[in-house]
Write a protein that binds this ligand. Sequence first.
Ligand SMILES: COc1nc(N)nc2c1ncn2[C@H]1C[C@H](O)[C@@H](COP(=O)(O)OP(=O)(O)OP(=O)(O)O)O1
Length: 209
Amino acid sequence: MSLPPGLPSESLHVRYAETSSGGDHDWLPVISTKLYTNAFIISPGPPQKILLGYKKRGFGAHFYNGFGGKVEAGESPAQAAARELKEECGVEASLDHCGTLLFVNKGGPEWAFQIEIYRADGYSGTLIETEEMRPEWFSAADTRFSETSLTPEVIPPPIPYNSMWPDDIYWIPLLLTKLPFVGRADFDTDTSGRYEMLRWWFGVPSTSL
Ligand SMILES: COc1nc(N)nc2c1ncn2[C@H]1C[C@H](O)[C@@H](COP(=O)(O)OP(=O)(O)OP(=O)(O)O)O1
C-alpha cells in the first residue's frame, strides 16, 4: 500500500483496496489546500439514476459534475454542501459524507482542492436550472439494452464520462455502491488546455469491502 501524501491524516489509519497509476511521476508538492464540496443525488430506481449538473461557467465549465463549491469561512463542509446544492439546482437533501479527494494541478491554481464528497438517495423541492448549473439525470448503469421491460422514455443516457473530469470514472462507481473512498489525482494541461492526469490513487477502506 502506498497512500499518496497530502490526504487528511485520519486516512492513514485504515488499510485500503486501491487502484493507481502514473508511478513514474513524483507527486506534485502540496503548498496549501482549499476545502470544496461536491454533492450527488441518486435515484435508487430501477433504473438507478444519478443527477449531474452541466457547469455553465467558471472552473470546470462544460463538464458535468456534482453540485458544489468552496466551503466558506465559518461553515462546515456539510453545511457548505447543502448550501451549494440549493444554490446550484434549487433542492434540499439529506446528504451523507462518502469520500475525500485531493486534486493538485501543475499549472495552478497554487492550492490543492480538497473535496468532500456527499450523496443522497433523494431530494425535496423542485429542480431548477441556475446561472451556474443545468441539472440532468443519467443512468447509473447502461441499462438501455438489458432492462427490456423499461421504455426509452424512462431510461436516461449513461453517465457522460467523456464530458467529465478524468478522475470521475475511478470513484463515481464507488459513490454509486456506497463504498467510502479517498483518493488523489495530480493534473497537468496538454497543449490544447485539456486536463490530463499525471498520477492518481483511489482507495477504499478494506473494512468496507
Ligand atoms: C480536478 O478534478 C476535479 N474533479 C471533480 N470531479 N471535481 C472537481 C475537480 N476539481 C474541482 N472540482 C469541483 C470542486 C467543486 O465542487 C467545483 C468547483 O467549485 P467552484 O469553483 O464552482 O466553486 P464556487 O464556490 O461555486 O465558485 P464561484 O462561487 O466562484 O462560482 O468543482
